[in-house]
Design a protein around this ligand. Sequence first.
Ligand SMILES: Cc1cc2nc3c(=O)[nH]c(=O)nc-3n(C[C@H](O)[C@H](O)[C@H](O)COP(=O)(O)O)c2cc1C
Length: 209
Amino acid sequence: MDIDPATLTARDRHLLLTALVVPRPIGWISTLDASGRPNLAPYSFFNLVASSPPTLFVSIGQRGDGPKDTLANLRATGELVVNVVSDHLTAAMNASSVESGPGHDEFAFAGLEAAPSAVVRPPRVAVARAHLEARVVDEVAVTDDDGVARNHVVFARIVHVHVDDAIITPPHRIDMAALAPVARLAGTAYARFGEVFSVPRPAVPEGEG
Ligand SMILES: Cc1cc2nc3c(=O)[nH]c(=O)nc-3n(C[C@H](O)[C@H](O)[C@H](O)COP(=O)(O)O)c2cc1C
């Protein structure tokens, strides 16, 4: 089947494309609003952009005509924490995705304790096994044919990393089975950590290169 994505409804296009770009990591993002109230929400249009400089992005859709709380908070304060979602945190992560207005504390709603961060002001999800503290460096609007920005991509520099000692192999390697990351597929589907296999990089054949 050949599909022109422009001919699909927004929902069908979303379900098709998010089922083909898989698995997506989940950035479980804590922020503070301008008056210091905490906010927590998951975002799977999320990834690492570079390790030097250590940079991540998150792409945030509009809610109606306005920004989601995470985007409003990032614009107001410029700081975030990405809490890594291990499989025992899936239900709490999902609870924190509730579509609520500004000032609704998803830490409390999802029954999660907050812990202070090291160098940024937003708190961490205490029970998460790893956290990336970050500061916003750029924002890019993703504009539709009608000129309306439907999503905003925020880039942020990672300025501090926490890793639970129990999942780290010194000096800085991560025990993936212990991290037990959860990934997003399409709709309500998720994937757990599976088999790991190693593939050595190819060498240039003799006489070439
Ligand atoms: C696993 C998961 C991934 C999500 N990924 C995104 C995303 O990448 N972009 C987005 O705009 N919304 C995404 N959402 C929806 C937001 O989490 C939801 O709109 C939330 O209420 C936003 O909260 P906020 O207004 O506190 O930022 C996702 C939801 C779930 C459950």
